[in-house]
Design a protein around this ligand. Sequence first.
Ligand SMILES: [Zn+2]
Length: 560
Amino acid sequence: MAPPQLCKSKVAEILLGYIADRDPALTQYIVPDESSAAELVDERLRPMFEDSPRLSRLLTGSPKDLTAKKFQLRTMRVMLVWAGSTARLAAKAAKYQFRDEIDKYPVSPSKKETSTEKLLDKRQRTFRWDRKTYRASSPTTATGPIAMAVSVASAVFDFWVRCPICGHMQRMYLTAPDGRPCLRWPDDERDPNRIEDGSLAWYECERCQGHWDDAKRDRAVARGEWREERTGLPLFSHLRQHKPRRIAFRLSALLSMFVSLSEYAAAFLKAKGDKLLLRDFCNGYEGTPWQDYEVERAEKDILALRDDRPRGLVPGGGRTACLIGMVDTQEDHFIYTVRALGWGSSLPSWLVREGRVETFEGVAQVLWDDVYRDVDGVEYPVRLSVIDSQGNRTADVYEFCRQHRGKIFPLKGEQRMTRPHDFTRIDHFPNSEKKIPGGIKLLRVDTTVFKNQLSAKLSILPTDPGAFLLHAEATEEYARQMCAEYFDEEDSVWLCPKHRANHYWDCEVYGLACADLLGVRHWKRPEDKKPASAPASAPRPQPHSSGRVGLPSAIARRRG
Ligand SMILES: [Zn+2]
């Protein structure tokens, strides 16, 4: 899956030359339409076979053997097929198939007629054990053929490049997953044409922050390698160790020596704010499928949930049952929220504090060293905390949770579970399946359940029971992130569009899981309780300075 002009067809042609020379066998080459077939033969295949001393020996010498309908070699015949010609598709079986630009194949006219891809699959059944299929295309939508093929691949490779200045290996992004801009241009320059004409864009190394111009970018790519998405292993190590049956490769035009960094930046700036152009940018430059989505909620509706408390102040007057803390882990920082949960089955709640810290010490300070009080000075400790343990920092997160055992749990979000949440023990004795008693547990959370719940909560008006409220200083950035994800009806999953940060949303999703885990809905208010039957799980707000009146400083540091 890659944008146009990134050698997808060239790879197919080289593979075809290899097959003709080394393993002649029935081969089909499928293109979107008849004119592409003629072009393929005249402009690509014939010159390649004629120009190569080795391949030219395979030509029959008869010009009528090299036409769009028939590409006959001494050793084998290449059947050129265009996707519209279903009769030709049904004709023969093939061991090798090249399916070029599959997202451009015409869609079957009716539901009754099988899709081109299904029809092609049938042609390969005879060669069940040794068939090979090469699919290539620029992406279209998330449900288009190439994006679907990538999604079912057992190994997905991205191209990593090596910084020509510091040697650091990295993936290239327009904007990194943590929101850091990677492709840069002068801050005061907004005109795409001036950026493109003046070659004003540069790429910034994620480690040394060194600037790459186009030449340095090309050097970074030349010294790069394919790495698998999940294992991080280089191509051939991964293939040896895991022997995947379906492998996928993804490329962006950021890596292409034919596309300057400034052209890429200009294309992005021109597309900004225009849905159609943005779609072209995703498909044609970034090499990603376009996800069309409905906006679930507006940022202004989120900001309408602000009340009049300053940041850091816990709702007073006996409204708060307990505080919880949620942390989303990024490559080099953390995003957190601290939320107050209220009494009652409608589960009202209030954002107390949110933000970003750089270190684990910062996380510890926010959760346990800083003191949270209500307007009467009553102190509330953070009762339960969770921290996202997925990504590249799992071991560090586990270690942090071990140091603060009992106060914080590592959390792993999953899309589908049989229960909303579940604990798994993760501490084993070395080289053994045996669990260490008292070792830390991983909290697995069905994010679909709690994302649905959060989405519903956000639509409760601020004055109604169970509202999901914010403090007065909650930012537009917070609101933006709370609007990032949308629900895909077709697959019943929550999705986050590319380039959208959703860290606060994730934190708040974890928060609802925490509330559920604590069973706060079922807690009895202190005044409702009979002294003898106080449940052990009831919270104990600690009076701090009884009788003190006035607004305490919102966040205080605990001493000693
Ligand atoms: Zn560098």
